[in-house]
Design a protein around this ligand. Structure first.
Ligand code: SIN
Length: 491
């Protein structure tokens, strides 16, 4: 498929099939397909090939055959291909953003931002890939030398979510390819088209056949079990829920596969008494509403100092009430539909539970007429500590507000969760903000910032939010093995 095929992806099944395997576009081995729907209308976008275990095994073969050549390809050449993919993604921003809106539903401006974010992983890891160092040193006891080398870990398998169909794929693909590893990718069933488009761009940039294999499917367990059950697969990276992550960790244990897990969050957003409330409101809108709140680092619960609670609630409520909800491509829309009806039902049940326990709706945006999986932007106040919404990931545009007076007690409430992905602190006193940030049990903290995701920074969580880091200098390490060679060398 050439670049024109990206447009085709959205419109009709490709004649040659849409499982990308060994550099070819193929139908699923058993001919099965499944439907992909537009969450703004519920309408069918198109049927996509549904890969099964046979395709999964063929993808391992293709990846394994390509591995040796890629491992010995100079890092500079690998880097050039990633750089060219970065440039192609930027050139095709509009098409990619339209695909993301079509299958994920997010507002167009969020989709454009995602394409930029996703492309940056190729640029960052094109730069990191040429700096993977080895070392040669003296053994302290004398008489020999330590040679420490970094090798690509081998065939890597990825499972990515629907909330960032481009960025969660490139955050894994780019460092793996930069490190010299072939890739097997199973995108989320709801959003396979963007991943297929990225595969087309990598092929266009000159990626040799077999190094990226994309297997859309609605029968994930069969594909993933085939990968995790094959000892040629040496690295597994998953982004998704903690519950699914635990199941996959157990499966990966059988072959002692190296894993990276980017799991659920429950981010606290803290507004201190000395915060710049206007800045905190802007940050809260970013942290809560990016991608419609369907984001694992989204602010999930708000701890606002009692002295600024009225002002914050009024200003944040006004901003949330003004959010225009509708189909992501419609002008002025900043909140698209949720990905499916199940997502809407889960959000509603959390809101209903909070209301039943005494919470109130302080502000709510409007809803569009007609079909689609929409939920209005909503601010809840007087939310009691036992409400489910403070303990479960909302993954939607609802902000539960609680207040505090004592910093130590607030930190204890914020840390009373099994999750530890992101958190946010607003204070004019940087010393105070840093003190709180260091005490929050989270892999990432935004201080006076509602946006913290950055390809050049290590993304990941503590506790049950995950294992390992993606992005930053750490991101490529996940795809490298360290080998130590003891070299006899007389003094
Ligand atoms: C996620 O929601 O899984 C990732 C969000 C991000 O990269 O900012």
């Amino acid at each position: 498929m050439n670049l024109a095929g990206i447009d085709l992806l959205a419109k009709a099944p490709l004649a040659e099939g849409d499982v990308f395997l060994g550099g070819r576009w193929l139908p699923a081995a058993d001919g099965r397909t499944y439907p992909v729907h537009d969450p703004a209308t519920g309408e069918l976008i198109r049927h996509v090939g549904a890969a099964g275990p046979q395709d999964a095994r063929a993808a391992i073969e293709a990846a394994q055959s390509a591995a040796a050549g890629w491992r010995t390809t100079p890092a500079r050449r690998r880097s050039e291909i990633l750089h060219d993919t970065f440039a192609l993604m930027r050139e095709h921003t509009d098409t990619l953003a339209r695909l993301i809106v079509l299958e994920n539903g997010k507002a167009h401006r969020d989709a454009v931002a995602e394409v930029g974010y996703a492309a940056e992983f190729f640029r960052w890891f094109a730069e990191e890939g040429v700096r993977v160092g080895s070392s040669f040193g003296d053994a302290p006891a004398g008489g020999y030398r330590h040679v420490v080398r970094k090798h690509p870990v081998g065939v890597t398998a990825f499972v990515t979510p629907w909330n960032f169909p481009a960025a969660m794929a490139t955050r894994k693909i780019a460092p793996a390819l930069a490190a010299g590893c072939p890739v097997l990718l199973k995108p989320a069933p709801q959003t396979p088209l963007t991943a297929l488009a990225i595969a087309a761009l990598l092929a266009e940039a000159g990626l040799p056949d077999g190094l990226l294999n994309v297997l859309p499917t609605d029968r994930a367990p069969e594909v993933v079990s085939a990968w995790l059950g094959d000892d040629r697969v040496r690295k597994f990276s998953f982004t998704g829920s903690t519950a699914t992550g635990k199941v996959l960790l157990e499966q990966a244990a059988a072959n002692v596969v190296n894993v990276t897990m980017e799991l659920g969050g429950n981010a606290p957003f803290v507004v201190c008494a000395d915060a710049d409330v206007d800045a905190a409101v802007r940050g809260a809108m970013d942290a809560k509403m990016r991608g419609g709140g369907e984001v694992c680092v989204a602010a999930n619960r708000f701890y606002v100092h009692e002295s600024v609670a009225a002002e914050f609630t009024e200003k944040f409520g006004a901003a949330m009430a003004a959010v225009r909800v509708g189909p992501g491509m419609e002008g002025g829309v900043t909140l698209g539909p949720m990905v499916d009806q199940g997502a809407v039902d889960k959000i509603r049940s959390l809101v209903d539970d909070a209301l039943a326990r005494g919470a109130r709706i302080a502000a709510q945006g409007s809803m569009p007429d007609g079909p689609g999986h929409f939920h209005p932007a909503t601010v809840l106040v007087d939310v009691p500590d036992d409400a489910r919404i403070l303990h479960e990931e909302v993954f939607g545009p609802v902000a539960p507000l609680t207040t505090f007076t004592d910093e130590v007690e607030m930190i204890a409430r914020a840390n009373a969760t099994v999750h530890g992905l992101a958190s946010y602190v607003y204070s004019r006193d940087v010393g105070r903000a840093l003190r709180i940030a260091e005490r929050l049990e989270a892999g990432m903290v935004g201080v006076n910032r509602g946006l913290l995701s950055d390809p050049a920074a290590p993304f990941g969580g503590v506790k049950q939010s995950g294992l390992g880091r993606e992005g930053g200098r750490e991101g490529i390490e996940a795809f490298l093995e360290t080998q130590y060679i003891a070299l006899d060398w007389p003094n």
